[in-house]
Design a protein. Sequence first.
Length: 341
Amino acid sequence: MFSFFRKKAPTPPTPALPEVAAPPSAAPEPVALAPTPAPAAAPRQGWLDKLKAGLRKTGSGIATVFTGTQIDDALYEELESALLMADAGVKATTHLLGDLKRRVKESKTTDPAAVKGLLADAIADLLAPLQKPLVIGEHKPTVIMVAGVNGAGKTTSIGKLTRHLADSGASVLLAAADTFRAAAREQLAVWADRNTVEIITQQGGDPAAVSFDAVTAGKARGRDVVLVDTAGRLPTQLHLMEELRKIKRVVQKADASAPHEVLLVIDGNTGQNALMQVKAFDEALQLTGLVITKLDGTAKGGVLCAIAREKPVPVYFIGVGEKLEDLETFDAREFAQALLS
């Protein structure tokens, strides 16, 4: 099985996950990728630098709170405003302020600059439940259904995820079930070509039928993963959300245990709207994980705190760019530190 914790040092210019042995015939235990060894620190540091740059607008708004000379009510009021501006949400902001005050009291901290470190710890603890690996191998094929609104970066994220899976040794089959958006099928075909994987597609076909054919083909061809790209939806368009439910039902006809993962791709720039999307899609599809995209340049990175507090769906990957390597496994502490850097 494959469990995506952390990437191994890539060989420039194409980064790759460490190879994972193929699962034995007896029921194996999930395999977690080892933490990056010392020689691989530079590539991971490069990713962290990119993440910090992406979250700079969020972090700068929060960091200015700690430039004063004393810890008082004014500091906490400024911090409350900064967290709300970063789209952490009222519930998460209230939780973080209470937790931070407790940490300050217990540590007897008197330096405002040191409070910043305590806040990073509080955010990391809040986000910790979101950190969960994507495990491949318990089912063959593992059927992953990917949803998201138009413009969130769904199809691009599928291309990046395909690279992660293929580089780990998993054989992948793509399903072009986004039959509504112009050129969506062609866009996914480009990603299939870049990753040298097969794709199931129909010209103007019914998305549920394409999904059914892909799962059936994945089983027949012995593929490890079938990735189903569904059409972009607005959660307020009830008839389109019902179409997603139909895809899920039809996939279950091809494989009664599928889909094994239902992922939602959300745009990190949308702030509190992202939380609304998580709630709406989870109600319709029972989400198992999230992919957060476009964190580069956003001032709304605190939305992960809102998700953690109000709808803690695991975050498998986060993205900060358009390249294949610009998608990484989510690490709560790394994110918290980058958010306040």
